[in-house]
Design a protein around this ligand. Sequence first.
Ligand code: HEC
Length: 227
Amino acid sequence: MQKSFGKRVLKWLGISFLSIFLLVALIYTVVYLSTQNRIDKIYNVTVQDLTIPSDSLSYEKGRHIAQNRGCMGCHGENLAGKEVFLPPGSPMGTLVASNITSGKGGIQYDDKDWIRILRHGVNKEGKSVWLMPSHEFCHLSNSDMRALISYVKNQPPVNNTVPKKEIKPLGRLMVFLNKFPCYLLSSSIIVKNMQMIYHLLLLQNMVLIWLPHARDVMLKPTQVHRP
Ligand code: HEC
């Protein structure tokens, strides 16, 4: 009698543990697939045609922009990789700002690659870079962008191999819940911002077309300057 009671308890314990395990496995599968889908998303962007200058004035202007925009803050004074966001062994994953010179462990970028990453946050594979704040540089004027690229592409090659990036289950869960410190995928932010601007412009045009009074109010500042 007592034995069969013990057996029943064991059986129910077993079923409970199995159910919890299956539930956790199911949740993690959803988290994994959803984050991997975002990480592997290919952005087919049309890369702007910009001629990158090679004069010393543009180079100096570019150095200034790179400094102001924090390139050296993350990638180091020599741009060979510095800031450790997630050290190897962290439960969230591994992420170190890359060596962006053409030395060993660095990158082989042509002008189009530079424009693609700085305007769209998209790397050579067509995927979003991780934690690299391209959404803060994407709107630079053409002249500033030319100067910036003229500076960064002409840095002496430095050999430095940073640890390979990786995201672990805890990191994925944070990305899934949008609780990852700041953002992970800059390209998705750029796309979202563009969509927001598009909708705002659409809304503004609708207001301008359909509400003549609003049109008067909104256009007033420019009318002040008219003769
Ligand atoms: C907040 C820190 C941060 C700042 C500021 C930053 N980067 Fe990065 N950058 C990163 C990280 C992290 C990576 C690695 C991303 C990856 O491998 O997915 C990276 C990667 C890159 C890459 C290499 C992408 C590849 O194909 O592997 C380039 C090029 C780059 N950054 C250029 C720049 C330039 C130019 C600036 C300044 C305008 C800049 N970054 C500013 C963090 C930063």
